[in-house]
Structures are given as C-alpha cells and as structure tokens.
Design a protein around this ligand. Structure first.
Ligand SMILES: [Zn+2]
Length: 136
C-alpha cells in the first residue's frame, strides 16, 4: 500500500517531471506519450495507492493492475505491453515519481521573514518626512 502524505511535495515532483519532459524530450509524439503517462501515473497513485508497493531495496514500484490482473515491477523497465513495444507506460512514470518523492527532502514551505535577507526588518519611516510632506 502506498499513501502520499505530503501532497504539496508530490505536486512539486509531478510538476518537475512534466517540465523535465517538456525541456528534454524533443520528439513531439514521445513527449505527448510521456506527459500522458505522467498524468495517468499521478491519478493512479492518488486513487489506487492501495494496489502499489514501493520496494526500497531495488527502488522499484510494484503495481497490481486490476485491468490485466498482472503485477508489474517498474523502475527503469517494465513488463507490460507498452514497454515491450518501446512506449512510455504509466508504471514507469509512477515508479519514477515515487522514487523522486521518496528522495526529495522535506523542505519547509513557509520561510520566516527574518530569514530572507532582502527584507529589512524594523524599518521605521518617520511619518512626518514621507515625500517631504509633513503629515502629522
Ligand atoms: Zn508498464
């Protein structure tokens, strides 16, 4: 069973994967296929995580396909028909997304203002000198 507990992180992994395809895959047909595979993988992970198991030892994702009743062990390779035909499949896309999700460190989303150097703290503007007009 696989459950995405940090949906923000997962969303970022998916966005990164899509932009990587956009930037690195030059063949339009292959690009479309990978984007479809990533989209399907994202939906499958979110909806059918109960039928997936992440195998940390060999970094593969076991996916029980309810459609074919086969279990696929996907990492760079897969055992499904699409892979046999040399096409991108959502199993491999899902395995990659989960691997990246597992490897991505938890980065806090909120940053405190005092940690941002370009925001000066405690800047006080004297009201009476704003734009040279005395306002109080
Ligand atoms: Zn596959």
């Amino acid at each position: 069973m696989l459950e995405i507990t940090d949906t923000n992180k997962f969303g970022k992994v998916v966005a990164d994967a899509l932009s990587k395809v956009e930037l690195t895959v030059t063949d339009a047909k292959t690009k479309t296929r990978w984007i479809n595979a990533i989209s399907k993988a994202t939906a499958e992970i979110e909806q059918n995580g109960d039928f997936m198991t992440w195998m940390e030892a060999d970094k593969s994702l076991l996916i029980w396909s309810q459609k074919s009743n086969n279990i696929y062990a996907a990492n760079g390779v897969c055992q499904c028909r699409a892979f046999e035909q040399g096409s991108p499949c959502f199993h491999r896309a899902a395995a990659r997304l989960i691997r990246l999700y597992m490897e991505t460190e938890n980065v806090p989303v909120k940053v405190k203002a005092e940690e941002i150097p370009y925001i000066k703290q405690n800047v006080q503007i004297k009201a009476e000198r704003v734009a040279g007009i005395r306002i109080n």
